[in-house]
Design a protein around this ligand. Structure first.
Ligand code: FMN
Length: 223
């Protein structure tokens, strides 16, 4: 499990807590899996287009019968799906916006959830076709907003949404690490600011092996 696709959704590139969680996870992977190769898709860097009528028409056709306009309208989806299908592990970092999935990440899912490519129905049976079978999802939110409207109202519609979508395309093992961002800008994820670090360490030990002193030394030697 050496090929990672990392998707970052927070627009706050320099202060994002979810991105810090992702950075910590990647560092933990690097010491456990020295041959790691990481591809990045930063959703703050491009305005992810909404799928439109032509894109959807193209999604419904095979590539040979597509018009030039449909081929053009589905080319980004082709690229994003090829990034996904080249990965063994998916890492998503995202901020909770208005109690749900940020629109850039939803737009990414709209591009990659595609019939015959990442899911299909054969003889009435649903099949997920995504190559990665393991995903880590780092979610950051604001503790002050939890339960602020009504006690008992679920404040996070993103967690279940992402888990369901990944399961739908055939990523069965999805681990969500959620943590409120600290109020103080001075707190750092690698300082005392985070409780999620232990959770990340435990997950990485489980899937990629326990870090030993010798693995840390060999990583330092490579740098
Ligand atoms: C437009 C916007 C909407 C937000 N909506 C919510 C929300 O519904 N619930 C919540 O807990 N936090 C909400 N927040 C706070 C962010 O989730 C929080 O600041 C988080 O740390 C942002 O993630 P990041 O630090 O990775 O960018 C919102 C922030 C913004 C800018």
């Amino acid at each position: 499990m050496d090929r990672i696709l990392r998707i970052d959704a927070s627009p706050e590139r320099n202060s994002s807590w979810a991105r810090s969680m992702g950075d910590y996870l990647i560092k933990g992977l690097e010491v456990r899996s020295p041959r790691l190769s990481i591809s990045n898709r930063d959703l703050s860097q491009i305005l992810m287009p909404h799928i439109d009528e032509t894109t959807i028409a193209g999604f419904r056709r095979s590539p040979v019968t597509m018009s030039p306009r449909e081929r053009q309208a589905t080319s980004l989806s082709d690229l994003l799906i090829s990034e996904l299908q080249s990965a063994e592990v998916l890492l998503i970092t995202a901020s909770l916006y208005n109690f749900g999935t940020p629109s850039s990440l939803k737009a990414w899912f709209d591009q990659i959830v595609r019939v015959s490519r990442t899911f299909d129905t054969r003889e009435g049976v649903h099949m997920g076709l995504a190559k990665p079978k393991l995903a880590f999802v780092c979610i950051s939110y604001d503790e002050a907003m939890v339960g602020c409207l009504r006690q008992g109202t679920p404040p996070d519609f993103m967690r279940g949404h992402i888990q369901y979508l990944l399961d739908f395309i055939g990523v069965p093992h999805v681990f969500v690490i959620g943590e409120p961002a600290p109020n103080k800008a001075s707190e750092s994820f690698e300082g005392d600011g985070s409780k999620a670090r232990d959770q990340i360490d435990t997950l990485l030990d489980r899937f990629f092996g326990i870090v030993t002193a010798s693995s840390l030394t060999s990583l330092a030697d490579q740098k």
